[in-house]
Write a protein that binds this ligand. Sequence first.
Ligand code: NDP
Length: 475
Amino acid sequence: MAARQEKKLSEERKHQNMQNGTKASQGQWGRAWEVDWFSLASILFLLTFAPLIVYYFIMSCAQYQCSLTAPLLDLLTGNKHLSDIWNRTPTLTYRAAGIYSLWVTFQVVLYMSFPDFCHKFLPGYVGGVQEGAVTPAGVVNKYQINGLQAWIITHVLWFANASFLHLFSPTIIFDNWIPLLWCANILGYAVSTFAMIKGYFFPTNAKDCKFTGNFFYDYMMGIEFNPRIGKWFDFKLFFNGRPGIVAWTLINLSFAAKQQELHGEVTNSMILVNVLQGIYVLDFFWNEAWYLKTIDICHDHFGWYLGWGDCVWLPYLYTLQGLYLVYHPVQLCTAHALGVLVLGLLGYYIFRATNHQKDLFRRTNGNCRIWGRRPEYIECSYTSVDGTRYHSKLMTSGFWGWARHFNYTGDLMGSLAYCLACGFEHLLPYFYITYMAILLIHRCLRDEHRCSSKYGKDWKRYTAAVPYRLLPGVF
Ligand code: NDP
């Protein structure tokens, strides 16, 4: 079997690297070949606690008005037992299972059956069939980029329903929030398990599989690089973007509808959260082709981290601000609201402009203008598994001359704005900025480790030219 042969080859490669005493040899970018104890401990921690963390946050809103400390205090003082909390938690319902199945099926149909039309009439939008980056095995995959179209169709139908069709209530998502959580978990675990089995027995590209020999690591970080069913159903592109990110804006709209129903108004904080996160989501789909060049698609393998994360973690934890505002309808004073808006828009501008600069630079191979000038860069090279030598460039001007990950800095500013929109009464809405800070700092380190393995001494020249990661002069 191709996968078994590749598994053997993986072992041999691992052995060779150890003998050579270098990890900077061919094809060594992408996720690790070996698992150190720290990675293993982190993975076991996440596999065990991430589902509990999601449950804890959602339960504390449903049962404790979004207080994160009250459930713990109740448990510690013996006021309540775990079973009391669990017994008050809504179970899986046929209705939720029906809604969720319809939702996922609808997104699969939009993804598979409707080739992109938007690029034919939207100036500047890149959609339709696009190529991804070169994989470590030297493969270039093709993708059908039609996320913007799926997002527009879904939202037009949502608004048509809310305005005149009235087939279901716009509060449907909020009203089934916990039963839907069980459905999302079932899909998340099913797809991650399927991806693992597929990696062993029928991988899409055996040469792009990685086996560490550690079951938990392989399950979490994935074996296959780009698992597909047929020519076009790409797991990473589908699960990363839909159903989770398309749902993000619908979930927020459903929370706004619930706030209106319960409190008779939609607060300015809820509008800010809907608008700022809406811009972020729309930006994601407008730039879906660019997304093919980000770490998720270019480097991460598809396992539980992406599969479960996209189905459960993202739609449930990225939307905590909206959920919180249903329970606590915060009306901000004008200065506070304006401050949140400016911070959110500035963060978005930095995030987008930085990403755009790199994309333009890479697409034109440096033949472009950044801030009115020819970009400065460092020439670098790397080798793929089959021994082919490739050349690349690392930009050292524009925002990329300020810091090595200034796009993350903009993202963090936007994330902070969502949280600040919720006021200062509770900790729960601040989970997002805490999580994003950990995620993006960890991502910085992970990416730099990989780039260092990939580019070797060229990476050292780059870090000498651009010494800071996120904040010039600080970190
Ligand atoms: P980047 O877009 O920064 O991509 C990093 C890659 O870019 C590197 O691996 C390297 O790839 C290349 N690169 C690094 N430095 C340079 C340079 N100076 N010039 C040219 N190319 C360079 O990171 P991500 O893919 O992680 O993030 C993309 C965006 O998505 C970010 O803005 C981030 O904030 C956002 N994001 C949001 C998340 C969320 O949950 N909201 C989660 C993750 C990301 P190569 O091997 O090609 O050289």
